[in-house]
Write a protein that binds this ligand. Structure first.
Ligand code: C2E
Ligand code: MG
Ligand code: MG
Ligand code: MG
Length: 279
């Protein structure tokens, strides 16, 4: 009996694995043509000051859909793009789009904001990244202080010294950096001193149960307080409720981002929101 059940489980397991591998292949193959077929676009989610309530930034978030696959989540296609190396080309495209958009909003006379762009660890480790980013800013005519690169703790995992060098070079060029999903990696706050980051993005997994879970409360308040003593700005991700917002404000978190204020928006809708606010 046991043996038969075991064999059955095994067969089921391999079938699921095969399906996953097949899906992965389809995604990677389709990704190769995503840009030339104009299947990608960028959405923008507001980042809001907890002291003034005003929009102070936007995070560029990539979207992709194909006729065959429908909408594919970035949590699925970004890892596939990283494994296949396609992330270099795709990441470059996102960066240019976002920088161009920030320039267009400035030209339209909208209140200045910082454009935050996610950078994969693989992009971060490419040769000449700092001069490459500077080149894009120059070509699009955006001053560097309007750009923020969102890095994950993973960038420093393999080669901390190399990461420090790259970050110093980006910093010297006036480009800001934040640590995304902070708290989920392995870096300690004391290590942060060595890295030229100016903002920590508190991961949404800690924010989710902030109004009910004593441990999450303690973690978030510890991050905010230690960041403050290191002179770093904090932004909470995934803020969905007024209760979460009130706790964060009590703890003197600087900024927030989440569905409570707004979901990611098309460039046109984001602009309408900005125009409405500056009226
Ligand atoms: P992330 O950088 O941490 O982005 C935040 C994610 O949380 C986004 O998911 C956003 O839509 C979602 N989010 C924002 N507010 C809320 C909220 O209140 N509740 C909940 N439940 N979720 C919220 P998205 O757009 O699906 O992106 C997922 C991840 O994919 C991103 O996480 C980022 O790691 C990656 N990603 C997206 N675009 C890019 C890109 O252009 N380049 C790279 N390298 N990675 C990207
Ligand atoms: Mg991000
Ligand atoms: Mg995040
Ligand atoms: Mg994330």
């Amino acid at each position: 009996q046991v043996k038969r059940a075991g064999r059955h489980d095994f067969r089921f397991f391999t079938a699921a694995m095969q399906q996953r591998a097949a899906r992965h292949l389809r995604v990677v193959n389709a990704l190769r043509y995503a840009l030339e077929r104009e299947q990608m676009h960028v959405m923008y989610q507001p980042q809001v000051s907890l002291t003034t309530g005003r929009i102070i930034g936007a995070e560029a978030l990539l979207r992709w859909s194909t006729p065959e696959l429908g909408a594919v989540s970035p949590t699925e296609f970004i890892p596939a793009a990283e494994e296949s190396g396609l992330i270099i080309q795709i990441g470059d495209w996102v960066l240019r789009q976002a920088v161009r958009q920030a320039r267009a909003w400035l030209d339209a006379g909208l209140p200045p904001l910082v454009m935050a762009v996610n950078l994969s660890a693989i992009q971060f480790r490419t040769a000449d990244l700092p001069s490459h980013v500077a080149q894009i800013l120059y070509e699009e005519g955006l001053p560097p202080e309007y750009l923020e690169l969102e890095l994950t703790e993973g960038v420093a995992l393999q080669d901390p010294q190399g990461a420090i060098t790259t970050m110093n070079q980006l910093h010297d060029r006036g480009i800001r950096m934040s640590i995304d999903d902070f708290g989920t990696g392995f870096s300690s706050l004391s290590q942060l001193k060595k890295f030229k980051v100016y903002k920590l993005k508190i991961d949404q997994s800690f924010v989710r149960d902030i109004s009910t879970d004593a441990e999450d409360k303690a973690i978030v308040s510890a991050i905010i307080n230690m960041a403050r003593s290191l002179g770093l700005t904090t932004i909470a991700e995934g803020v969905e409720t007024i209760e979460q917002l009130e706790f964060l404000r009590e703890q003197h978190c600087d900024e927030m981002q989440g569905y409570h204020f707004s979901k990611p928006l098309t460039a046109d809708n984001f602009r309408a929101l900005l125009e409405n606010e500056s009226r």
